[in-house]
Design a protein around this ligand. Structure first.
Ligand code: CDP
Length: 231
């Protein structure tokens, strides 16, 4: 039977979706899917193939996405730390706005939600958490729980700057802030599946809550709505 324990988490860059998803997955024994890493994987592969990213060839991009998805190589790319480089950041929104690419990725995400893979330790997953920009609105509109995670652009830029410095990349706060604002704008205003809070999503502002408070808040809602037995 298709899995019904689906939690959709959406929100802009650097809001803390990944941190919350990991914590919830560990706690409840759910499988997590970071859908941004899929769009990043396609972008990285195009960059590696020396494609002209300022003039994306649609046919090339679609064929490559299909191949990466059919062969599951997309998952290898998604594990490459280079998906988080500033160069990938610069181009990922232009790749993610292509409707045909989103259509291929949609199938992948729906199937993950309905049939989540086993956990790393081999236990079957008790549910799925899918995080991105359009999960509550387009990919899983019937998810029983939806969160929209946000934070001020300044808070998100400071967190992202720290991540760059930790991974050995040099960057300035102003550059990172400008890039976050530009990507938010591109994600919010694109024609296909723009980033949007679903009407029934619960808003969490992580500039006002620390990681533990955010987790506890989400946990209270999940415990009320889903019946999950912890072992
Ligand atoms: O990690 P960060 O919060 O910076 O972003 P991400 O979740 O890795 O997503 C990177 C980019 O992929 C976003 O800026 C979007 O352009 C795109 N994306 C999308 O269009 N739809 C999704 N469901 C997830 C990501």
């Amino acid at each position: 039977m298709a899995n019904k324990n689906i939690i959709a988490i959406d929100g802009p860059a650097g809001a803390g979706k990944g941190t919350l998803t990991k914590r919830l997955c560990d706690y409840y024994g759910f499988a997590g899917l970071d859908t941004g890493s899929l769009y990043r994987a396609i972008t990285l592969c195009m960059i590696e193939k020396k494609h002209d990213m300022d003039n994306i060839n649609l046919e090339f991009a679609i064929n490559l996405t299909r191949e990466l998805s059919d062969t599951h190589k997309i998952l290898d790319y998604a594990r490459n730390p280079q998906i988080r480089s500033q160069l990938t950041n610069k181009y990922v929104a232009s790749v993610a706005k292509i409707p045909e690419i989103r259509a291929i990725m949609r199938e992948y995400q729906i199937s993950f939600g309905e049939n989540p893979p086993a956990l790393e330790d081999g236990r079957p997953a008790k549910g799925a958490i899918i995080e991105g920009r359009d999960i509550g609105t387009v990919i899983c509109p019937n998810a029983p729980i939806k969160f929209f995670i946000t934070a001020s652009p300044e808070t998100r830029a400071s967190r992202r700057l720290k991540q760059y410095l930790d991974q050995g990349e040099s960057a300035s706060y102003q550059e990172v802030l400008a890039s976050i604002i530009a990507r938010d704008e591109a994600d919010r205003t694109r024609a296909t599946s723009p980033m949007k809070q679903a009407d029934d999503a619960i808003l969490i502002d992580t500039s006002l809550n620390n990681k533990e408070e955010t987790f506890q808040f989400a946990k209270r809602i999940i415990d009320e709505k889903l019946k999950i037995t912890l072992v």
